[in-house]
Design a protein around this ligand. Sequence first.
Ligand code: GLV
Ligand code: MG
Length: 346
Amino acid sequence: MKPPRQFYQPLAIGAPTPLRELPVKLERMIHFVPPHVEKVTAKVPEMARQVDVVLGNLEDAIPSDAKVAARNGFIAMAKAVDFGATGLWTRINALNSPWVLDDITECVSAIGNKLDVIMLPKVEGVWDIHYLDQLLAQLEAAHSIKRPILIHAILETAQGVNNVEAIAQASPRMHGISLGPADLAASRGMKTTRVGGGHPDYAVLSDAAPGATRQKFQQDLWHYTTAKMVDACAAAGIKAFYGPFGDFSDQDGCESQFRNAFLLGCAGAWSLHPSQIVIAKRVFSPDPGEVTQAQKILAAMPDGSGAAMIDGKMQDDATWKQAKVVVDLARLVASKDPDMATRYGL
Ligand code: GLV
Ligand code: MG
């Protein structure tokens, strides 16, 4: 790691100064758009009012012969649409692909002042972040970009998981990390063809008396990686996200997977289908009952110290901090969503 004094210096003369704190933003869902499909991009102005982040996808799921059309479509969409407070992100192609250099240079030169975050797939270690960090600084300087474009890494290789703590701390440009369960499953040799979610065979059996039926409890395939990613991100002061849930017909499965991620500390998840926007909004906005309880805790201990009993439950400095996480998030949701503001009483 660089010495502290150098860590926050721009990597190119004329590039904007790196941020010390992440911008405070609600990012419950990162909504994926295929920018070469006009039927979809036509709906983006309306979509931008419903979601927290619009992401133009240039990587997997975009056919090789549509890569250039997707990039051009993303740039046109970014120029044409007023995104207001909604985030504008792109997922570029992998660093070893033939498209990535043009993805980066063309996006920064054409729309660098509108682009909030670049999502970088298949990050293996700090070297990937350092490469993009340096290149972005050079391009920002060359094109007079006013604020640093942030980097969001996808955690989707076994080596990336090994290096996740270092990746999270690699640069002040790091915004966060998303779990990429499909590529990660392949990289690890996991025997599932699903995109995220559980698997009925990943289970434990209860003990039982001889001859009695044993109960089977399905386990969460992604628990270990999500928890490891959350710790790496929280320790670095950046945000963790659940990635894709590929079975659009299984809304309960999607909600349950998103909820586990939310409870473990994730800020949001990807939405690949409009039905998943609604799910992510529901899951990643705190429950009004939980917010009321958290407000009671804060009110009972105004300076955040000491101990109090509320409804028979012990509260102290630590539960005050837990309550603050919930109320701060509720305030952020309320600032964007008047219906939720009413439900929270904020
Ligand atoms: C996402 O990119 C994944 O591989 O799951
Ligand atoms: Mg992937």
